[in-house]
Design a protein around this ligand. Structure first.
Ligand code: GDG
Length: 470
């Protein structure tokens, strides 16, 4: 059976959230994101469909049929409560996520989690096989769905399949820990084009297909047993730059940014961190570096404040609960020891905000501090740069974020080196404004050259080339 969609996006989440009214009626609310805005125009042009999980357990709401929302065809895939635990919270976020991020937390391996991963990947692949038109393009996203390319190819050899990994892909030394390592590689090799954030990740993948699957490779090409060529290349993802520029330049955001500064007591300097509350983001070492600078008198309370926004994330996974307690405790201690009445050293918010509030924070902040231990890309860093319309503001950025390859004019740090981080934050805060402007101008140029629409075009064009080659 084939369907009629010419371009099929397969991602863990649908670009909508399900909301339930008081009377129990189900409605959908768009969840804005760079990926959706980048793909929306191509999807409309090409009769596109988006397959994904609506974010709630199926046993709570029953199953649903495909529907159209704002001109986009959305195809929900249901997950039961047990599958959310074993597939999503388990294999995706307690096995793959820590393993792919340099094992900054120990990954757990459970056979029943793997079984759920296979089962759920099969469900997504079946759905894609049903709705893809003959010869369609199917673009599969991220670590939750690494087996889909191969499963889909077995059912639908006529379609072109692309896969993009949003998070890092680890070196062999770490990847070899996975009991199902070969199955995962073979799953990804079902694609014609496998995209990564950085070239190092693509090289890790190519090397593993040679050493573990025994395939022949040449540069970024892998020759599979069934005589197909699979290309593995870096396509660094980006943001909708114009959208953020427009937002940051709007009167309401400018006014709100001024209001934020006032409510913080008009300090000389605002440092800002915005992250999902995740142990990969290096929130604790960043706050430690800052608090030591305050304790040593380099920054003075009232003159300088650190605003840390931590968006609630994966709250049912144990390691995330541990991190939340650590951050709560650390911030409490620093503010207790170093803060003054009504003037905390760290202004900490554990909540999520609408995008215009994020833009106002980016506008208000003199120094953005982004310090992940490991990050596929890090869009927050790019959003900050996009919002600095006056070419001012300093970006302090971890060299372990994918973004550091493009944003090399940022103030780069190693999050494991607290002293190095302290001296770089100080240098950024005391830099000659001319130097700050030169750096920000360079960062903004780089960003404008590769926005998210360009990223999607690059990937889809390369996928089309691979189709011609096969
Ligand atoms: C994964 C990879 C890769 C955050 N809090 C709020 C909010 N956000 C938005 C940010 C940004 C996005 O969420 C976070 O993206 P990041 O790239 O920083 O990090 P991950 O969530 O870990 O994303 C990462 C990315 O995928 C894309 O490929 O770059 O490496 O880990 O856009 O603005 N948005 C709103 N309110 C919040 O409170 N509205």
């Amino acid at each position: 059976m084939t369907g009629s969609a010419d371009l099929v996006i397969v991602a863990n989440r649908l670009p909508v959230d399900q909301v339930r009214s008081a009377t129990g009626e189900v409605a959908w609310q768009r969840s804005p994101g760079g990926l959706v805005s980048a793909l929306e125009p191509v999807m409309r042009q090409r009769d596109g469909a988006w397959i994904g999980w609506p974010g709630v357990a199926e046993d709570e709401v029953g199953s649903y049929d495909p529907f159209t929302e704002d001109g986009l065809t959305l195809v929900p895939v249901g997950l039961s409560g047990a599958e959310i635990e074993e597939f999503y919270e388990g294999f995706c976020n307690a096995t793959l996520w820590p393993l792919y991020h340099d094992v900054v937390a120990p990954p757990e391996f459970h056979r029943e989690w793997w079984d759920a991963y296979v089962r759920v990947n099969r469900r997504f692949a079946d759905r894609a096989a049903e709705i893809a038109a003959p010869g369609a393009t199917v673009w599969v996203h991220d670590y939750q769905l690494q087996l889909v390319p191969q499963m889909l190819r077995e059912m639908r050899p006529d379609v072109a399949i692309g896969f993009f990994l949003h998070i890092p892909f680890p070196p062999s030394e770490l990847f070899m820990q996975v009991p199902w390592r070969k199955e995962i590689l073979e799953g990804m090799l079902g694609a014609d084009l496998v995209g990564f954030q950085v070239s190092g990740a693509a090289a890790n993948f190519v090397r593993l297909t040679r050493s573990l699957v025994g395939l022949r490779t040449h540069r970024d090409m892998v020759m599979t047993q069934d005589r197909r060529s699979v290309r593995a290349t870096a396509y660094p993802i980006s943001i909708d730059v114009q959208h953020f520029e427009k937002l940051a330049g709007s009167e309401s955001v400018i006014a709100r940014a001024a209001q934020i500064r006032r409510s913080l007591g008009d300090p000389e300097r605002i440092l800002l961190g915005i992250d999902r509350l995740d142990y990969t983001k290096g929130i604790l070492p960043r706050l430690r570096a800052y608090s030591e600078l305050v304790a040593e008198g380099e920054f003075r309370i009232g003159e300088t404040v650190f605003v840390q926004v931590a968006t609630p994330s994966r709250e049912r996974v144990q390691q995330y609960q541990v991190l939340r307690n650590q951050v709560d405790q650390f911030v409490g201690r620093v503010n207790g020891d170093l803060g003054a009445l009504g003037r905390p050293a760290i202004s900490y918010l554990h909540s999520s905000f609408p995008q215009h509030e994020m833009a106002a924070l980016y506008r208000a902040a003199d120094i953005m501090v982004v310090t992940p231990f490991r990050d596929g890309m890090n869009l927050v860093a790019k959003e900050y740069v996009a919002c600095r319309l006056n070419d001012d503001g300093a970006l302090v950025l971890s060299e372990f974020a994918g973004a550091s390859e493009e944003l090399s004019r940022a103030w780069l740090i190693n999050p494991y080196d607290i002293n190095g981080m302290k001296s770089t934050i100080l240098a950024a805060s005391r830099a000659d404004p001319k130097d700050t402007t030169r750096r920000m101008k360079a960062l903004r140029r780089t960003l404008r050259d590769n926005d998210v629409a360009q990223w999607a075009t690059n990937f889809l064009t390369a996928l089309e080339e691979m189709r011609q080659l096969q």
